[in-house]
Design a protein around this ligand. Sequence first.
Ligand code: PLP
Length: 450
Amino acid sequence: MPAFSSAQSRDINYHLHPYTNAVAHQKIGPRIIERGVGIYVYDEQGNKYLEAMAGLWSVAVGFGEPRLGEAAARQMRKLPYYHTFTHKSHAPSIELAEKLVGYTQGRMSRAFFTNSGSEANDTVVKLVWYYNNALGRAQKKKIIARQRGYHGVTVASASLTGLAANHRDFDLPLPQMKHTSCPHFYRQGRPGETEEDFATRMASDLEALILEEGPETVAAFIGEPVMGAGGVIIPPRTYWSKIQAVCRKYDLLIIADEVITGFGRLGTRFGSEAFGIEPDIMVLSKQITSSYQPLAAVLLSPEVTAVIADHSAALGTFGHGYTTSGHPVAAAVAIENLNIIDERGLVENAAATGAIMQAALLELAGHPLVGEVRGMGLIAGVELVADKESRRPFDPLGATGAAIYERAQENGLIVRGIQDTIAFCPPLIITPDQVADMVALFRKTLDEVH
Ligand code: PLP
């Protein structure tokens, strides 16, 4: 048994952690992170880590950005809380809604606020149902998501998520949620199939599922432009246009879950721009405040807005909302954070430094443990294999996988292990020199465990 600090022991005794093996936690103990500066965080022993995951894909402007603390303090002093129910509002929520809608250049016309990405997707499910009730289509309620997609953990959003761990023993998914194929060419592509053919097959799979369920029962399709938590899966270039055509053919709403890809991650402001997606609903969170405050937003197209507005007028009210929807402190932090992203050109940095990161990671492709390196902008996945030729999966729960993850931390590098893939998603402020350090630390880790 390692000797635990007081904080570690108390954590073990009192804290049930999200996404953690509770029994293993008692043995391993937590790393207590005390402070952060730029792309680095420090634990209570003073060890420094290059945070190559920006926390949970989210700290765009880096850790310890003083302007965000100041924005929060200013708003705390002026109006620490007020709600947005029943015809009340306040300046930060108004300014943020206007700013978000403005970024979409007319594609979206309203923003609805929640506290987390999961709640935002839960809200989306309810809005899709409400929308179809408003149109008198009581049957059109199913939502198609994808295997390995990630949309959160509430009852509805976990049902959209396409990962076994989020369903197993939680009695999920809900019956209205269906899952179609995952566009992971390296794993799902057939021998001799081109990426273009593969994209066509993915669209045919979607169409077949819609026809099997009955198009009159299917309301929407939801996807992340690039899958994050499912293993950083970059779809083929033409995937989204083909999927979109199927959705339009059967009158499905298109929901872009941009919780990770929003605000520059792929080198464009939104992932939808990068792939030519024309969503009816967009979901934003994480980088919206650099996760300094909990906040998410659901953006609605003018057409969806109009249907929902008319229906709520007919019913007397729109019966949905959270005590802290559009929280003034969170909204003030979001506005300042988005200003920093614009002023410092962080979307452009994600494109430019992202290209450098992709090239540097690709140099690892020859390593015996590396099956595939894939990525876009400042997000990447390195898929590990036990055998390069046969692509035999590398077991991330096995001794070697755990060793890579742990060894990286011993080397001062925080990455994320997702099944066979090691994910990289550093803060958008990362510099080319820091990218070189990050990749060198990862190469060292791979060499040590090989
Ligand atoms: N959607 C996507 C694409 C995500 O990556 C996440 C979280 O990682 C969520 C939704 C859920 O967000 P939250 O953890 O804030 O509930």
